[in-house]
Design a binder for this molecule. Sequence first.
Ligand code: NI
Length: 430
Amino acid sequence: MSRRLEEEKVFKDPVHHSIYVQDQTIWKLINTPEFQRLRRIRQLGTTYLTFHGAEHSRFSHSLGVYEITRKIISQFERNRYLDWPQEENLVCLCAALLHDIGHGPFSHSIEQVFGNDHEKWSCDIILGDTNINRILKEVGDDFPERVAAVIRKDYDKQIVISLVSSQMDADRMDYLLRDAYFTGVHYGTFDLDRILRVLRPFQGRIVVKESGMHAVEDYLMSRYQMYWQVYFHPVTRSSEIVLRQIFRRAKELFQSGYRFAFLLPQLRQLFEGTLTVESYLAVDEAMVQTTFGQWTKERDELLADLCSRFLNRRLYKYISLDQRDDALIERLRGEWAEVGLHPEYHLEADTPVDLPYDVYKPGAEPDGAEKPPILLLDSKERLTEISVKSDIIRSITGLHRGQYYLYYPADEVSKKAPALKPETRELFGI
Ligand code: NI
């Protein structure tokens, strides 16, 4: 059983003003080393190299998702909606708080190179030999498994999953507002209070009262803006490419038997694929950046150069193409090799198409997972999918704008300019 705290705890928060903790289990979870570690992991990875304010952590985001979930549940209870299963309150709050517990430093880049999966780490941390697991077990023996099931999205009550993960879940609502606040952009905001008021549990799912349609339009427009202005920003993509290349190069060197002058045991385990939960929890951004600092002195010039680029923000420049052009990339790689540039590292094609791009789609997700559509509930208790009624949402539904970029180290390429073909020089404007 979980008990209420004698006195509620309040966190000040720039997005929600105050975050209220009333439950002992939540309070204890926040105070575990596993959760405190999220303070040392930035929410937006390398975005701070583009928007210098984006230093906010996964800790603040996780508290924010918890707070939005708490507000939604509290609204359901105040309105005495019978469709809301009250016995699920605590599992919802815990899953909201812990949904990102498995994120490591710069996790998207590390995941791409090493094939780790933060959702799997989340479940390993919740179910493994950790403080978090012990605290959840105090509620009930099967409680850790229930929280993990919500995060894995295979919990037996869909309505619980949809609070934490859906087209309009607590996770997305918090990160859109928080990322907009910390990057300093103005177009990412929407009226959260209004949205929270118009949500309703109805026949096993969460729907929106029809009067709230315009608030939802605003939310989806903000998502659209944030994707293009922040998440897909070409300079951020450039910093991710440099970061990914660092991991790729290090892995390549490790596999070829290269002896690093500096390599912490946890990173060795990452390369070997033998990371335990305990070592995974020790890897934070400070560790990764210290390593990069040491690696600027490595014998391998490519690795040293990439680390120095990342730390000192000498990122790759980019040119944009009208369309994906594999033949062009192939030709350039050949030319790079001829003039002494690295064909694999000094040219990288990038298309945001690889990313899970969906402003809103009433149907399957690009990764095949089902995300139920946003449904409007009218006064006669009829449900309608929102893009049927909203012109604005219909116009951005399923939109897929292609953008193709070629990234390259402008300084290195310019040095080779005299040896490059005239059409290549023209392409890169050198
Ligand atoms: Ni999240």
